[in-house]
Design a protein around this ligand. Structure first.
Ligand SMILES: Nc1ncnc2c1ncn2[C@@H]1O[C@H](COP(=O)(O)OP(=O)(O)OP(=O)(O)O)[C@@H](O)[C@H]1O
Ligand SMILES: [Mg+2]
Length: 262
């Protein structure tokens, strides 16, 4: 299987903060669901932010090998990824605008359209949307089970609905690599299952998924392989069924808890 993301000796320190990543090595294969598990503060979110180029690493390298041709520029690479944040922030606008926004930022739309949309988006009034945007937004909302919600205001959403809008925004750009940082934290079981099904479908359609999760059940349901991150280092990794097979080794056993290893 080809490798889509290859990470070597990645280090990152926050200014005046701790060194959050202390030499991370990872290989993510095209088409897989890869889970990063680990205790609070282990560096999962930091890792995702470095991989999506929000932060520049202080050492090490990330090699992106996306399928579709890219000019290799930072923007070209960023366009192939979408991330759903641990605490997704929605724009103070309608559901439709929130989903369209991600697309609008990435799609190489014709110049005039781009300028016009830019102007409107700044004012959060994407009132008369072009049909291409319309179709993709509609599809993404359908995907997360929120078809009727386009005109609703983002502030009027439940937590679960807001999370699904954030997921729709990421899916609408049809990313090759989808990074999901705790996508179901604090959601009720029906929402968890719904979101897991959306992730599964996106993966089947070809998206490689990188998932940070504390939910071991979820990791076992969704992921092909997983890595345990502790204090900025990967201490164990492998296929999920091997990693969680009893008796398990020291670190996994400690993190997961004995009763979850079967
Ligand atoms: N903006 C920041 N400034 C300084 N330090 C930070 C910042 N964000 C995170 N850290 C620190 O970096 C380390 C890694 O944090 P990170 O958020 O990546 O962990 P995490 O694995 O995502 O944790 P959680 O499971 O709680 O989401 C922690 O020690 C944290 O305190
Ligand atoms: Mg985090």
């Amino acid at each position: 299987m080809s490798v889509i993301l290859s990470v070597h000796g990645l280090r990152f320190a926050y200014p005046r903060g701790p060194e959050a990543l202390r030499g991370v090595d990872l290989e993510i294969r095209a088409g897989e669901v890869f889970a990063v598990i680990g205790p609070n503060g282990a560096g999962k979110t930091t890792l995702f932010r470095v991989l999506t180029m929000f932060y520049r690493p202080s050492a090490g390298e990330v090699e992106y090998r996306f399928r579709t041709a890219s000019d290799g520029s930072e923007l070209g690479l960023r366009r192939r990824m979408a991330m759903v944040f641990q605490d997704p922030v929605l724009l103070n606008a309608s559901v439709w605008e929130n989903v369209a926004y991600g697309l609008f930022l990435r799609e190489p739309l014709p110049g005039r359209l781009r300028v016009r949309l830019g102007h409107l988006a700044r004012r959060l009034r994407l009132a008369v949307p072009p049909s291409k945007l319309e179709a993709r937004v509609e599809r993404a909302l359908e995907e997360v089970g929120l078809s009727g919600f386009a005109g609703k205001h983002a502030r009027a959403l439940s937590r679960g609905e807001a999370q699904r809008v954030a997921l729709a925004r990421a899916l609408a750009v049809e990313p090759e690599l989808l990074l999901l940082d705790e996508p179901t934290a604090n959601l009720d079981p029906p929402n968890v299952l719904l979101i897991e099904e959306v992730i599964r479908r996106a993966n089947r359609r070809g998206a490689t998924v990188l998932l940070a999760s504390h939910n071991i059940g979820q990791v076992r349901r969704l992921a092909d392989r997983a890595a345990l991150l502790v204090e900025g280092r990967i201490v164990e990794s492998g296929p999920v069924e091997e990693l969680f097979r009893a008796p398990g080794s020291g670190s996994i056993r400690e993190f997961v808890g004995e009763e979850l290893l079967t």
